[in-house]
Write a protein that binds this ligand. Structure first.
Ligand code: PEP
Ligand code: MN
Length: 355
């Protein structure tokens, strides 16, 4: 998969992991925006997020302050020197956001599912140089995610990155949105130079999950984090249960263990080598087992015996199932595997007996 990408290259931001974007789910009041941004800046956060237009699942919730919040974002940029980021879903949003010099735009999970909306956004952004962050679509469809990126890239947008915010599921247990880590990992495999931001707030949906989800994103080598942070989280007008104060955010970031990508690859490489060795040993043992099966085939032929001796077969399946379970494996998996092995043994024995 080829995308024509350029580094995000954000002004005055050194390219270090993690690149952190933080701020409230929604801009609510001028005071809330300024207070949260000031506290975040004091903790070293340089990119401020706030939703101006909020796509809510049901009507009646807070749907964002709208354009009147954009001058507040501009104050954050001008008075505090932070970069600003907000969500856009329509051409009108993009035009308004750019009028107020928003530095980074992101496209929300509910918009990325819609190719018409993505095409309209791409057409509006043609000729603009704003970095765009594309959230994963709410449903776990990597092609749809990549399709959205392609539309933007075809429109000439090269400063692209993605946000992994998890996927909707019918039954919510631990997470608000299931992380399904294999999807961002596959995206990394297909488009290696595309930066990935982890969004622990929308995956977790709960404050206590933010720290472990940040760590997990770092362990997978993601480049950045986008975290919802509010000066008074309990009183937030949207997503209150997943927002944390700038102090708590700072505490979480301080505690993160950041491994270099090279270290990650090295330890992964060494684990992969161990897997290769295990597989080689398994194959050698299987070959040995088949050779013995063929010897048994010769014996049975010489003594005029049938191939399948059911009592012996049941004994093998039962014993191996129980042994597997003692070693921490699912007995059904072990039974299935030995059924397959047995099938191949029989095939090899028949060949010998019918020669
Ligand atoms: C948000 O970032 O506040 C938001 C609405 O996110 P998502 O599109 O991931 O639901
Ligand atoms: Mn939110």
């Amino acid at each position: 998969m080829e995308l024509d990408l350029l580094p995000l290259n954000l002004p005055n931001i050194t390219a270090q992991r993690p690149l952190v974007i933080a701020g409230p789910c929604s801009a609510e009041t001028e005071e809330q925006v300024m207070e949260t941004a000031t506290k975040l800046l004091a903790k070293g956060i340089k990119v401020f997020r706030a939703g101006i237009w909020k796509p809510r699942t049901k009507p009646g919730g807070f749907e964002g302050i709208g354009e009147q919040g954009l001058p507040w974002m501009q104050r954050v940029k001008q008075e505090l020197g932070m970069l600003t980021a907000t969500e856009v879903a329509t051409p009108a949003h993009i035009e308004a956001a750019l009028k107020y010099d928003i530095d980074i735009l992101w496209i929300g999970a509910r918009t990325v599912v819609n190719p018409f909306a993505m095409q309209e956004i791409a057409d509006t952004l043609k000729g603009k140089d704003t970095p765009i962050l594309v959230k994963n679509p709410v449903n776990p469809d990597i092609e749809l995610w990549i399709g959205g990126l392609q539309r933007l890239n075809d429109a000439g947008i090269k400063r692209l990155a993605v946000i992994h915010r998890g996927f909707s599921s019918y039954d919510r247990r631990i997470y608000r949105n299931l992380p399904m880590w294999h999807i961002p990992i596959e995206l990394r495999r297909r488009i290696p130079h595309l930066p990935i931001f982890g969004d622990p707030s929308h995956i977790g949906g709960r404050r206590e999950l933010i720290a472990p989800l940040c760590q997990q994103a770092m362990d997978l080598g993601f480049e950045g984090l986008i975290v919802e942070s509010h000066c008074n989280p309990d009183q937030a007008w949207s997503d209150a249960s997943q927002q944390i104060t700038p102090d708590v955010l700072d505490f979480i970031l301080e505690k993160l263990t950041i491994r270099k990508s090279a270290e990650i690859t090295e330890s992964l490489d060494s684990l992969r080598k161990q897997i290769d060795e295990c597989d080689n040993a398994l194959l050698e043992l299987l070959a040995k087992r088949m050779r013995i099966s063929r010897e048994i085939g010769t014996y049975k032929k010489e003594h005029n015996m049938t191939i399948v001796q059911t009592a012996r077969y049941s004994e093998i399946l039962d014993k191996r199932g129980a042994q597997g379970s003692l070693c921490g494996m699912n007995p059904n998996f072990i039974r299935d595997m030995f059924e397959l092995i047995h099938e191949e043994s029989i095939a090899q024995q028949s060949e010998i007996m019918n020669k």
